[in-house]
Design a protein around this ligand. Sequence first.
Ligand SMILES: [Zn+2]
Length: 65
Amino acid sequence: MATDPVCKMNVQPAKTAAKTEYAGQMYYFCSEACHKAFNAEPQKYAGGAPHGGGHTHGGSHHHGH
Ligand SMILES: [Zn+2]
């Protein structure tokens, strides 16, 4: 089970309407509308901060070797 980062609903990767890869991670969407919203502002949705203000400073450039 994956979570639509835009509307926060659960989506099944196998049945999802749309998906995209951002920063090396796959994101799944319930609809094309959410997909477009994500693509418009991927950094807004992909942060993963529960109650973040939206903008995170300090580049998170993690490369796990
Ligand atoms: Zn959605």
